[in-house]
Ligand binder design. Structure first.
Ligand code: PAF
Length: 284
């Protein structure tokens, strides 16, 4: 496994790999890797000859009040995990490499980014789209792997790739959960023992929604209301949003139709903001 710090060097390697007929699988990350990230690396390993992981905590996707400075890091451990999962190259640029003096061009996503996360983190997706576009141009992947955990992010990236004619495939891989159901996230490490217990309310709410759908509840507002009451009963939880939306464009829906709806949750437990989601009405 090779460590690459410079964008120019990474671009050159990727170009050579492409010329040699290799399929490049790319997993962009902000590090502090967990089994969710590693499932993406495994998926890339399975489908591609060459696996490139990037580790870069992108400052432009955090607002000044967010956790950029305290975002957890453990490069040594991350590199061991990447190696153990068959990564060929790890791209680890610094801020000057990604945002050198004079940098002023950004990618501004449209409606897909406006609501939900966009309402609570108005500059977030512009930062994500910009860094992902840069990484795509540097790593030149054939397939890029993203986690379903960041559901809206995956739609923003897909839209961007289509609108800006990136010649690649986006594969979205399933959420990986802790044994008790909590969706894996680097931010789970912020939770105290009590908060960790309280955080399970997201997974339990998802189960409740699935039970309602299984009993033929198809009304989106009824599910949102029931979940609102359920999550509000957890005293450590503060709801940012509970939304049942069209899973292709995140538009509001009245009724859940088969294979078309997603439940999205954003809940703060203490100071930690957690998101989770589940496709609803799917044949499983
Ligand atoms: O999902 C993430 O970890 C980040 O948003 C990404 C895609 C690596 C961009 O910084």
């Amino acid at each position: 496994m090779q460590l690459i710090e410079k964008a120019g060097e990474m671009q050159k390697i990727s170009e050579e790999l492409r010329t040699a007929g290799k399929t490049i699988g790319f997993v962009p990350t902000m590090g502090f890797l967990h089994s969710g990230h590693l499932s993406l690396v495994d998926a890339a390993r399975e489908r591609c000859n060459t696996v490139i992981v990037s580790i870069y905590v992108n400052p432009t996707q955090f607002s000044p009040s967010e956790d950029f400075k305290q975002y957890p890091k453990d490069m040594e451990r991350d590199l061991k995990l990447c190696k153990g999962h068959g990564t060929d190259f790890v791209f680890v640029p610094d801020d000057m490499e990604m945002y050198p003096n004079g940098f002023e061009t950004e990618v501004k996503p449209g409606n897909i980014a406006a609501d939900l996360e966009g309402r609570f983190r108005p500059t977030h997706f512009q930062g994500v789209a910009t860094i992902v576009a840069k990484l795509f141009n540097i790593v030149k992947p054939h397939i890029a792997f993203f986690g379903q955990k960041d559901f809206q992010q995956s739609l923003v990236v897909k839209r961007m790739a289509q609108d800006l004619n990136f010649d690649l495939e986006i594969e979205v891989c399933p959420i990986v959960r802790e044994p008790d159901g909590l969706a894996m996230s680097s931010r789970n490490t912020y939770l105290s023992a009590e908060e960790r217990k309280a955080a399970l309310v997201l997974y339990k709410a998802i189960q409740l929604a699935k039970e309602m759908v299984a009993k033929d509840e198809r009304n989106a507002a009824a599910i949102e209301e029931k979940l609102h009451n359920f999550i509000s009963a957890e005293k450590r939880a503060k709801i940012d949003y509970i939304a049942v939306r069209d899973c292709n464009n995140l538009k509001r829906i009245e009724k859940i139709e088969e294979g078309k709806a997603v439940l999205l949750l954003a809940v703060r437990i203490g100071k930690t903001r957690l998101i989770d989601n589940e496709l609803l009405g799917e044949e499983k």
